[in-house]
Write a protein that binds this ligand. Structure first.
Ligand SMILES: Cc1cc2nc3c(=O)[nH]c(=O)nc-3n(C[C@H](O)[C@H](O)[C@H](O)COP(=O)(O)O)c2cc1C
Length: 316
């Protein structure tokens, strides 16, 4: 998610769950290939497994970008066919690609030929006046034929005219049943459902209803502990105790020190940690100490320890 799932966010989320697959922000193929912005691929080995999401619509350029991503160590290369922002539409990528399944298939085939890791596609159920019942099966058939074995479907349309990106995540209605019917139609295709999933209970129910995966965006960002601490046990049946937000905070301290030592600022990391204690006693103090203090010059890990103290005191 743009501006959200940067490397610091992913490092934190990986401390909370070993087995969930994490995704980068969308990185555009032109930025990597024409702009040479290879720093956009920087990440820590501890984040793995991580999928790199690419934006673009030029098959050769996407193939080259996918190659760079695979060389940088990403576990999966994902093509964005869901983002509705104007900036993205004018570059002819994102959700507007739902209108051109032939081009998407060419992109997937070129990326597939360029890398050994999985090439996957994140899409909507359609855009504007398209009939999802008609266009989605066609879209999926084309990408599958081009070598895509997994898709993540945001189960609502994007309305490219008249809605901003935020409205496009809320106003077009969710249609899980339609995506369910796609699973019945493409039983060999690994389908992850996305959109509006707010808890592990909901995630479990969707998996039990036949989806192969669930993708959680906003809830995982705003309440990372609620979504991730028990995910390894509940979703992946992994043995061992659940992770805790407190342990993750302590494990972030050396990471924060290294980030500051390399010239970074505290708030670049802590802004992703604000929701860690959401719904728990002390959450407000935690947020306040971090959001007021982390932007101050010279702020360091001791501020994070002080914020954690607010939570510990509230729990005592
Ligand atoms: C701030 C923000 C940035 C996003 N950036 C991306 C992105 O770069 N690529 C993408 O495929 N989806 C992006 N999305 C959409 C989410 O991945 C997801 O499809 C959407 O929020 C619905 O899922 P949710 O209800 O679990 O959040 C973004 C969403 C938000 C809130």
């Amino acid at each position: 998610m743009m501006e959200w799932t940067d490397r610091h966010c992913r490092y934190l989320h990986r401390l909370l769950s070993r087995h969930t697959l994490l995704y980068t922000e969308m990185v555009t193929a032109p930025a990597l290939v024409r702009g040479g912005a290879l720093h956009l691929l920087d990440h820590s080995p501890e984040e793995h497994p991580v999928a790199l999401q690419l934006g673009g619509s030029d098959p050769a350029e996407l193939a080259q970008a996918a190659r760079l991503g695979a060389e940088a160590g990403y576990a999966e290369i994902n093509l964005n066919c869901g983002c509705p922002s104007d900036r993205v539409q004018s570059g002819t990528f994102g959700a507007v690609l739902m209108r051109d399944p032939g081009l998407v298939a060419e992109c997937v085939a070129a990326m597939r030929a360029a890398v050994d890791v999985d090439v996957t596609v994140k899409c909507r159920i359609g855009v504007d006046d398209q009939d999802p019942e008609e266009v989605l099966p066609e879209f999926l058939a084309r990408v599958v034929a081009a070598g895509c074995e997994r898709v993540q479907i945001h189960a609502r349309k994007a309305w490219l005219q008249g809605l901003n990106p935020r409205e496009n995540r809320e106003i077009p209605p969710l249609d899980y049943d339609l995506v369910q019917r796609m699973k019945a139609r493409f039983p060999d295709l690994h389908i992850s459902i996305n959109g509006g999933i707010a808890s592990l209970d909901e995630a479990e129910a969707l998996l039990a209803s036949g989806f192969d995966g669930v993708m959680v965006g906003r809830a995982a960002y705003h309440q990372p502990a609620d979504l991730l601490c028990a995910a390894d046990r509940r979703i992946f049946a992994a043995p061992g105790p659940d992770s805790t937000a407190e342990d993750a905070v302590r494990a972030m301290l050396p990471y924060i020190e290294a980030h500051l030592a390399s010239g970074g600022r505290l708030h670049q990391v802590t802004r992703h940690m604000l929701g860690l204690f959401a719904g728990r006693p002390g959450a407000r103090g935690w947020r306040r100490v971090l959001s007021e203090g982390a932007v101050q010059p010279g702020a360091g890990p001791e501020l994070v320890e002080a914020a954690l103290g607010e939570v510990m005191r509230a729990a005592a």
